[in-house]
Design a protein around this ligand. Structure first.
Ligand code: C5P
Length: 227
């Protein structure tokens, strides 16, 4: 395939406090990772590289082979690093030579619908160097200093970034090769390397499972409680 998806799942899940690496916490009978991979494999045909915590590669392989179905030849697992950025770099190193579009996706965004993957791939294939799915910011955001509210922030100029973020493969590889600090996401890393990044519509289901409340929300969306 010309497309690869790097699914980073090597985080510890400290903030979730569920006693296991976050990707392996169950939503129903399936893990967060398994749910994330369902969306990935329902999207455009792509190589899928899962980046697993050290020691959990076997569990990640079980999830990815189950989720892949007929696409299992496209799936692989590599070991992650100490930071998200290190984990993405480990995944990028496993991307096949013929790939020219790479998506980077947080396993913790377990419920992203396949259409978002398609939207991001299409935008990069149509020529954009980098693409981020976003949602409008709903809350009024304050810039603060200590306990003092500073100047107002114009909400129309803000957007909340999600994943999968998609990039031309050559641009992402080069941006990773020259990155000399930790960035909060791949779009910031690519922008720092001098490339313009554009937005496409994200999806409310693209929220990141971070806190116990997020986990409860994800579980209720997977297993809705009867009224
Ligand atoms: O911690 P947070 O939820 O923001 O992490 C975002 C994603 O990055 C998660 O899917 C997590 O598994 C992944 N990650 C990683 N390697 C790390 C830290 C985070 O793959 N060292």
């Amino acid at each position: 395939p010309r497309v690869a998806v790097v699914v980073v799942a090597a985080g510890s899940g400290t903030r979730l406090g569920a006693g296991a690496p976050k990707a392996f916490v169950g939503l129903d009978e399936h893990t967060i990772l398994r749910h994330a991979l369902r969306g990935v494999f329902a999207g455009p045909r792509a190589q899928v590289v899962v980046v697993a915590p050290d020691g959990r590669e076997g569990d990640a392989l079980t999830d990815v082979l189950e989720a892949a179905g007929a696409r299992r030849d496209l799936a692989s697992v590599v070991t992650g690093g100490a930071t998200r950025q290190g984990s993405v770099a480990a995944g990028l190193a496993a991307v096949w030579p013929d790939v020219d579009v790479v998506l980077v996706h947080d396993a913790a965004r377990a419920l992203v619908p396949p259409e978002v993957f398609a939207r991001v791939v299409d935008a990069v294939e149509e020529g954009l160097p980098g693409v981020v799915p976003v949602l409008p910011v709903i809350d009024t955001i304050k810039r603060i200093e200590g306990n003092a509210v500073q100047a107002a922030v114009d909400r129309s100029q803000l957007a909340a970034a999600q994943t999968p973020q998609g990039f031309r493969r050559d641009i992402l590889d080069t941006a990773y090769a020259v990155a000399d600090e930790e960035f909060t996401d791949d779009a910031a890393l690519v922008a720092a390397a001098g490339h313009p990044v554009y937005v496409v519509d994200g999806d409310p289901l693209g929220f990141k499972i971070t806190t116990p409340a997020d986990l409860e929300r994800a579980r209720s969306l997977v297993h809705p409680v009867a009224p």
